[in-house]
Design a protein around this ligand. Structure first.
Ligand SMILES: [Zn+2]
Length: 344
């Protein structure tokens, strides 16, 4: 299907593109559509773990580095707000290394997701943030910022660190042992959330460092993706499962990207209970914004004007007026969906 980009950009939504969505050079594409764009995004590091810009830290997909450079310098020259997307713990490159893989309670290893309890991986992320911040961009959309779900992570490091907190031997630590005791479970949630927050703080510090170094007049901001889906208990469920602390994210980066219904293809219809539950579940964004934060709605795989308008209408009811969409689902979508919502 040929997309009508003009029509889509005229809706004043941020579209997160990949260079291969665009069958033209960055210059040709932007000169055709710049007058309709308020903001636009381009992928900088995708779930394969490779970067589309010439990184000195991460493995590089050489095919697009020139495109990327031209894209970001032109968006700046044309006065368009420019975002780049970066996958963080969703990293298929590091995910192949058993040292970094996140491990489920039955010993199942995920090769597409990194254990968030990895200080050295936070440093790696910080290097990427610094590299990206050297480009003329305004915002980094940070995908894959939390745990897969609450039965993770049972890697050796996590077992060793957490087991003594609940008087257990690392080897004998099970999800059942944790979940059948409310105190243990509360500790588990808190401990994991602290890891997520510490990782975010390291990235945020890197952004502040690059502000100084590059002499940015406007600080580089990091929008943290949170996955909110009915299959995973909307915002409350996501907090426990993935380790999101919305208030703390507000304090750390002040910018949140709500990935709406990532595992469920259809948004609920207005007037239904599901619709009202979802609106209610997003109440936290009111407080988030009152404290100066920015909240945006995001969806994968939005391609038609009707889908755009449906999201905008929902945003109006939820009190959120910034939207970002990507045209596709991630390449590893089915694996990710399965690990996020299937109970083993
Ligand atoms: Zn772990």
């Amino acid at each position: 299907m040929k997309l009508n980009y003009r029509e889509l950009f005229m809706e004043k939504m941020g579209i997160l593109l990949r260079p291969d969505d665009i069958e033209a050079t960055a210059r040709d594409f932007l000169s055709s559509y710049a007058s309709y764009m308020k903001e636009v995004g381009i992928v900088a590091k995708d779930p394969s773990g490779k970067t589309l810009y010439s990184s000195r830290t991460a493995p590089v997909d050489d095919k697009y580095t020139q495109f990327f450079e031209q894209w970001v310098s032109l968006t700046r020259a044309l006065g368009i707000d420019s975002a780049v997307a970066m996958d963080f713990y969703t990293d298929g490159w590091f995910g192949r290394d058993p040292k970094y893989q996140t491990i489920g309670f039955k010993g199942q290893t995920l090769t597409h997701q990194i254990c968030p309890n990895r200080e050295e991986f936070w440093q790696y992320g910080a290097e990427i943030i610094k590299e990206l911040g050297a480009y003329p961009i305004d915002e980094i959309l940070l995908f894959g910022a939390g745990y897969v779900r609450d039965e993770f992570c049972f890697c050796e490091r996590c077992r060793k660190e957490f087991a003594p907190m609940v008087d257990q031997e690392p080897k004998r630590l099970t999800y059942l042992y944790i979940s059948e005791n409310p105190d243990h479970l509360a500790k588990w949630y808190k401990w994991r959330t602290d890891k997520v927050n510490r990782g975010l703080q390291v990235l945020q510090d890197a952004a502040r460092e690059v502000d100084k170094k590059a002499g940015r007049s406007k600080p580089l901001t990091i929008a943290v993706e949170v996955l909110i889906d009915p299959e995973t208990g909307l915002s409350d469920g996501a907090m426990k499962r993935c380790g999101y602390d919305y208030t703390k994210i507000g304090e750390i980066t002040g910018n949140i990207l709500i990935n709406l219904f990532p595992w469920s293809p259809l948004l609920p219809k207005k007037g239904t209970k599901q619709y009202n539950d979802l609106i209610e579940s997003l109440y936290f964004t009111t407080e988030f914004k009152r404290r100066g934060g920015r909240a945006s709605l995001f969806r994968w795989g939005v391609k038609t004007l009707d889908q755009f308008r449906e999201l905008k209408a929902f945003g109006k009811d939820a009190g959120i007026d910034r939207f970002v969409v990507s045209l596709h689902y991630p390449n590893d979508y089915s694996t990710r969906r399965e690990s996020a919502i299937t109970s083993y």
